[in-house]
Design a protein around this ligand. Structure first.
Ligand code: C5P
Length: 223
């Protein structure tokens, strides 16, 4: 199976409060995007396409390995992945879509996603259980409902897809009013079954400054 990796790295990272786009913020001396590319490769992905902000093309090209294909992303994550998908090598039969914001994803997670695809899954996501009590609140912050947490899962990346399935799902979603926060929801909107494999806490997403400090601690210890 030939797998191409897409790294969504075109976000601004406003919530992190850094002056750089989030994917260029250093972790252990290396930009987050470089860690994400390395995770995919270590797990068995061959070619990698990275979607970056238009204004930062040169900065990303300067830090990424020469054989990584860099494309200009879009205003939303979905638009960024769509741009990278168009640039992905046609003979790949699988596509793994990963967030630059998940730099410490162990290669085992990537390998589990690839194994599920090799076993016949058309779409697969790494997931973790929800450990907190989870509720619904109204516009005033008042709790209106409890949500049974046993069937809930937190969805991570990389998310794996049969390439033709993902291309068709993105074509199906073109012009859809819905906002998609990941690729599995794009595929599910096209009626495709999404399977799951175990995720890993180390694949946590870096969103706020605290997350970056936690990741720094992880890079200081043996992994
Ligand atoms: O905003 P959020 O944290 O959900 O972003 C997840 C990933 O999507 C990040 O790695 C970010 O760089 C990427 N992204 C993108 N293009 C956008 C917005 C976010 O590639 N327009």
């Amino acid at each position: 199976m030939h797998a191409v990796g897409i790294v969504a790295a075109a976000g601004s990272g406003l919530r992190l409060g850094a002056e750089l786009p989030k994917a260029l913020v250093p972790l252990g001396g290396r930009p987050l995007v470089c860690w994400a590319v390395e995770s995919l490769r270590a797990g068995g992905v061959e070619q990698v396409v990275v979607a970056v902000p238009a204004s930062q093309l040169a900065a990303f090209t300067a830090v990424l390995p020469d054989d990584v294909h860099v494309v200009v992303g879009g205003d939303t994550r979905t638009a960024s992945v769509r741009a990278a998908l168009a640039a992905a090598r046609e003979h790949a039969d699988a596509v793994l879509v990963h967030d630059a914001a998940r730099p410490l994803t162990p290669s085992d997670v990537v390998a589990r996603v690839l194994a599920a695809l090799a076993g016949g899954a058309r779409a697969v996501v790494p997931v973790l259980p929800v450990v907190d009590t989870t509720v619904v609140v109204d516009a005033d912050g008042v709790v209106t409902a409890d949500v049974p947490r046993a069937p809930l899962r937190r969805v991570q990346t990389p998310q794996g897809f049969d390439r033709a399935t993902l291309v068709a799902a993105y074509a199906h979603a073109q012009g859809a009013a819905a906002e998609f926060t990941d690729d599995a929801s794009v595929v599910r909107a096209a009626g495709i079954t999404v399977e799951t494999v175990p995720g890993d806490e180390r694949a946590a997403k870096i969103t706020v400054a605290h997350d970056l400090r936690m990741a720094e601690l992880q890079t200081e210890r043996p992994r």
